[in-house]
Design a binder for this molecule. Structure first.
Ligand code: GLU
Ligand code: MG
Length: 459
């Protein structure tokens, strides 16, 4: 089976024709695929999966596999469940596989994203991927083209999550860039053969920390790519006898892991973030989209950087984008505008730096895209640019994003925009999970919390 169909499909899971499925069977068989794994990402940012023998791929696609509604409300300790009025011990949902995105991942296994449906075949309003898919359909109908690029930082650990390198580690160093070369060559090879070529990989600030950049893609495909990347990284790490941490703070005192998102917008083929007369060439709708993101992000921090350690990462001086402001190429601003220059092959884009890898990627992309669209719809006025390090401004006038999970949850709870963008069901279950985390981890010293959660987003 080749990877040529990878992540190109935004079809409704369950909608493949008999001919599509017959073709799929042939491809699975000729590719020697024996096992199909379908994933969803829960509110805590953990990837969950169900699997079938390849011959049973149709049943995973339609009617789907039975799944408890609680699959969306599992908690980080692997035991707790954050029940809500809609998510209890009764009832059943169906997990449907998106067969258009089936991707071979080695060892005779293929992966694809899945979505929640009810027993009648109606999309479940609590499904993160389903929400993003609906949003993307509305955007295309409006003539807008959106591309999302993802960066993903991670730290290699020992097999049980312990530190690997104890000596010198130079950020962007040539020696660190090659320090784990068998892992790195396996990484580029495995990603390429899954049809997801990495754009670049470099050694980051923290010991054994690397970053990969994924190619820009349509929003749903971009979120799928992040899930696939995390699955592949876990498998590659396993082959090399190491672990991979996606925790926002893998080791206290070392650099955190970010998962910055880049967004670009076009209408009728014309970029909205360049060639205009606004600041740095922004078109009116591009400026309004940027404004929508900057103004609305504080209400969405519980979504994009709301895990128990996310607030610890979100500090000044770490390039994590701790401040609720924007600036051209400003690495301390939560939102960094990357202008169209000859050095920027993808053209102008908006980088949202505060996102971390513990966020559900479907909800993170839906939040940023939804805020951009809300900004355009209301012709939001662009706040003043912050062109310096915000912490250097006397009197500290630039607000920071909430880094207390209680405050972040309150902002989400009272956000009309969150209800509109994510829908009441998702906001309700996300808040239930965040409040479970607040209660469970509030009294734990950060070192213990970092150790306890180091590998929970790894699988
Ligand atoms: N590690 C930083 C973060 O937590 C990002 C560093 C960078 O700009 O690449 O987001
Ligand atoms: Mg980085």
């Amino acid at each position: 089976m080749t990877a040529q169909h990878v992540l190109s499909s935004q079809a409704l899971p369950g909608s493949a024709t008999a001919a599509d499925l017959a073709d799929l069977h042939v491809r699975l068989q000729s590719g020697g695929i024996e096992l199909i794994v379908g994933t969803v990402v829960d509110m805590a940012g953990v990837i969950r999966a169900k699997a079938v023998p390849a011959q049973r791929v149709e049943s995973f696609h339609r009617p789907g596999l039975g799944a408890s509604p609680t699959l969306n409300a599992f908690c980080l300790d692997g035991v707790g469940i954050a029940h809500t009025p809609a998510i209890g011990v009764t009832g059943d949902l169906r997990l449907r596989l998106e067969t258009g995105s089936i991707t071979p991942i080695g060892d005779r296994i293929a992966w694809a994203p899945a979505e929640f449906f009810d027993q009648q075949g109606t999309p479940d309003p609590g499904c993160a991927r389903g929400r993003l898919r609906e949003m993307v359909a509305a955007v295309s109908a409006d003539g807008l083209e959106v591309l999302i690029g993802s960066e993903l930082e991670f730290v290699l650990t020992g097999p049980a999550g312990e530190r690997l390198t104890t000596g010198t580690w130079q950020p962007y160093g040539a020696a660190p860039a090659l320090a784990h070369s068998p892992f790195l060559t396996d990484l580029v090879r495995t990603f390429a053969s899954a049809g997801l070529p990495v754009e670049q990989v470099h050694a980051e600030y923290g010991p054994d920390q690397y970053e990969i950049s994924l190619p820009p893609a349509a929003p749903l495909a971009a979120a799928d790519q992040v899930v696939l990347a995390r699955v592949l990284l876990g498998r590659i790490a396993g082959r090399h006898g190491v672990g991979v941490s996606f925790s926002p703070v893998p080791f206290v005192g070392s650099a955190g892991n970010g998962a910055h998102l880049h967004l670009s917008l076009r209408r009728d083929g014309q970029p909205l973030l360049s060639d205009g007369t606004g600041p740095h060439g922004l078109q009116p709708d591009g400026a309004a989209a940027l404004a929508g993101i900057v103004n609305g992000l504080p209400e969405f921090i519980a979504v994009v950087a709301g895990a128990p350690l996310s607030g610890t990462r979100l500090g000044p001086g770490t390039w994590a984008g701790a401040y609720a402001c924007w600036g051209l190429e400003n690495r301390e601003a939560g939102v960094r505008l990357c202008a169209a220059t000859p050095g920027n092959p993808y053209g102008a884009n908006i980088e949202v730096k505060c996102v971390d890898p513990a966020a559900n990627p479907y909800l993170a992309v839906a939040s940023i895209l939804g805020l951009a669209l809300a900004g355009i719809a209301s012709s939001a006025a662009l706040p003043e640019e912050v062109a310096v390090d915000p912490s250097s401004i006397p009197g500290d006038p630039i607000p920071r994003f909430p880094h207390d999970p209680v405050q972040a949850a309150e902002l989400l709870e009272t956000s009309a925009l969150a209800q509109q963008i994510l829908g009441p069901r998702i906001v309700q279950s996300l808040l239930a999970v965040r409040r479970w985390e607040i209660a469970a981890y509030a009294d734990l010293p950060v070192e213990e919390l970092s150790a306890a959660l180091r590998m929970v987003w790894s699988g």
